[in-house]
Write a protein that binds this ligand. Structure first.
Ligand SMILES: [Zn+2]
Length: 345
């Protein structure tokens, strides 16, 4: 790892399913720590047995003991453990297919894997920005003007920080398409709505001494950036919020495609933010992003944050024991890791 140029080397793992905690801890200890990984972000969503709001508990929740087990192995290996929630969009999802138990985004066969609501909207459907749409869409969003929603989200964040004993939280906020639509939000300025929400979450975390991480895609103009995407760049007009949010928010810039230039890397430097760059699973694309980040680092890049979006248990069994993953994209994640995580490009 002699050539790795950054302070932090992170991976984003999904919260282990029931029975997978031991093998995920083994992956961290035997493979990730020796590869120089010093940051593990756990995609929790609402998959925790919340005590403050048990009604918000999502599918396959981790217990407090589960989190403490993760924390133990991370601390023993000098790895920083950070929880991640989705606190704007992605309030619904589908299980990956073939079924690996992870509620994520999509599957080719909608009939077999229907969309379901995640913990918060299941308990409080009135927090949905588009409550009149009865079929859970790819990514339902929260209403950013609902003070009850804000209060409960803050309670849940507090509980995450406490159980993870964390000094940072990743608030998600990617791929939000529904903003300014409900009767409370209609007519409000979308840029201000989004910036105020993010600032509120940040200020709440900062008051507890915790840093805020979030995805960067809502701050990237789809056309001028050249990404030409509604997913890892924005087409709903919230980009200017980047000028209004606190500069100590750490932006996680995710792109899974191959581009000649990853202009957001430069833009976030110009705006004064620290950032991670986050590729996914196609080695060629991941390496293109990696190399762009390396050659365009203006001292603002904290490091790699490698995403997975598969079952962390399945990933661990494949890496440790060569077990064939049930989801084909899990193998691709391993292929990318072999190029950029387990060795330096
Ligand atoms: Zn609203």
């Amino acid at each position: 790892m002699a050539n790795y140029p950054w302070k932090w080397k992170g991976v984003l793992l999904t919260a282990p399913l029931k029975g997978d905690m031991d093998v995920v801890c083994e992956l961290i200890e035997k493979k990730l720590a020796p590869a120089g990984v010093n940051l593990v972000i756990i995609q929790t969503r609402y998959r925790y047995e919340f005590k403050s709001h048990p009604e918000c508990t999502g599918n396959e929740p981790m217990s407090e003991a589960d989190v403490k087990q993760l924390l133990g192995v991370c601390r023993a290996n000098n790895i920083c453990l950070v929880p991640k929630m989705n606190l704007f969009a992605h309030q619904s999802g589908r299980l990956n297919g073939p079924r690996d138990g992870i509620l994520h985004g999509y599957h080719e066969d909608e009939d077999i894997f229907p969309y379901t609501l995640d913990g918060l909207l299941k308990a409080y459907p009135e927090f949905n920005e588009t409550p009149d749409i009865k079929t859970a869409d790819y990514t339902f969003s929260l209403c950013l003007s609902n003070s009850d929603c804000a209060r409960i989200v803050c309670d849940l964040m507090d509980e995450m920080l406490e159980v993870f004993e964390a000094d940072a939280l990743h608030i998600g906020c990617d791929e939000a398409f529904d903003i300014g639509l409900c009767p409370r939000c209609r007519g409000k300025d979308k840029v201000k709505l989004f910036a105020d929400w993010v600032t509120m979450l940040h200020d709440h975390l900062a008051a507890k001494g915790a840093k805020t991480l979030m995805w960067g895609d809502r701050f990237i103009n789809s056309e001028t950036s050249g990404y030409n995407s509604a997913y890892d760049a924005c087409t709903v007009g919230t980009e200017a919020a980047v000028k209004l949010i606190p500069k100590d928010i750490i932006l996680c810039d995710w792109h899974y495609g191959k581009h000649e230039a990853y202009k957001s890397v430069d833009m976030f430097a110009e705006e004064g933010f620290k950032m991670f760059f986050s590729p996914w699973r196609i080695p060629e694309n991941a390496l293109a992003f990696y190399n762009y980040a390396k050659s365009h680092d203006k001292g603002h890049i904290l490091g790699l944050l490698a995403t997975t979006w598969c079952s962390s248990g399945e990933l661990a069994r494949a890496i440790l024991y060569g077990e064939k993953p049930r989801w084909e994209k899990t193998q691709a994640v391993i292929d990318a890791w072999n190029e950029m995580l387990f060795q330096d490009p």
